[in-house]
Design a protein around this ligand. Structure first.
Ligand code: B12
Length: 215
């Protein structure tokens, strides 16, 4: 049994050796998708501890970088078990990206892996993407869904700019828009003009499945 609390603490303490060893043992025990998603949530909670310690001046930018690498490696271990589904059958298309000014991509990548496992084709624009990049890709591929990720407070502004740009280009009503990342809230989502928001990738996938009628 994976000790979720100990996992959160180990991520917070940047104890990569313990995190990876525990997760490898966990994956070998043939966990359910739900258990794997709990492990992702525990890692996410550990990253919140890292963020708090950074804010308190106990961790520095180097620690944030290390934390980012640690979590990327952790998710790599979990990948085979985070999200089942029949990935051979395409259920819809998502244009996804981290919005302008924001370089954080771990949460975006987790959502991408889970959405792909659920059968979505995900076109990943990458990080620090201006509104124009979303608009161009939406015009080009006509996706069902646009997913925007961001963890900086300033990302909320960029998300709003992106929705406004989609409106100006006349394509806003052709897509559903979901936003994700630590600072998103219902209030922010209402202001931004998105259709849904979440701080949980698994929940995000469920919302998208509902939109394309496979939930
Ligand atoms: C790791 C990290 C970094 C790494 C990122 C590495 C990478 N490749 O992403 C690096 C070192 C690059 C970094 C840099 C900086 N960071 Co930083 N970072 C973090 C940290 C510790 C963890 C972020 C993370 O990966 N969380 C874990 C993931 C899994 O969570 P998540 O992103 O929320 O994603 C989940 C859901 O939200 C959802 N999701 C995410 N996106 C999407 C999208 C869709 C469509 C859907 C459906 C779902 C979804 O799915 C995920 C899984 O459930 C956070 C602390 C925190 N509390 O978040 C600070 C934090 C975000 N960083 C912060 C800061 C200040 C910085 C820097 C300015 C530091 C500096 N002085 O240089 C720079 C800014 C760079 C920039 N312009 O973006 C602040 C932001 C403050 C603010 N309010 O804006 C935070 C909050 C730390 C803090 N408490 O002070 N950082």
């Amino acid at each position: 049994m994976l000790d979720l609390k100990a996992l959160t603490e180990a991520v917070g303490e940047l104890d990569e050796e313990k995190v990876l060893a525990d997760l490898k043992e966990f994956v070998a025990s043939n966990p359910t998708e739900e258990q794997a998603q709990e492990a992702v949530a525990a890692c996410q909670a550990g990253m919140a501890i890292v963020g708090d310690l950074f804010e308190q001046g106990e961790y520095f930018v180097g620690d944030l970088i290390f934390a980012g690498e640690l979590l990327t490696n952790a998710i790599e271990v979990l990948k085979p078990v985070i999200g089942g589904g029949d990935s051979a059958k395409k259920v819809g298309t998502i244009v996804l990206g981290t919005v302008a000014g924001d370089l954080h991509d771990i949460g975006k990548n987790i959502f991408k892996s889970m959405a792909e496992a659920a059968g979505f084709e995900v076109i990943d624009l990458g990080i620090d993407q201006p509104a124009s990049a979303f608009v161009e890709k939406v015009k080009e591929v006509k996706p069902d869904i646009v997913g925007m990720s961001g963890v900086l407070t300033l990302a909320l502004e960029s998300m709003k700019d992106t929705v406004d740009a989609l409106k100006e280009a006349g394509v806003r009503d052709d897509v559903k828009i979901i936003i994700g990342g630590n600072p998103v809230t219902k209030e922010a989502s209402d202001q931004i003009g998105s259709d849904a928001y979440t701080t949980n990738a698994a929940e995000g996938v469920k919302i998208c499945q509902g939109w394309v009628g496979v939930a």
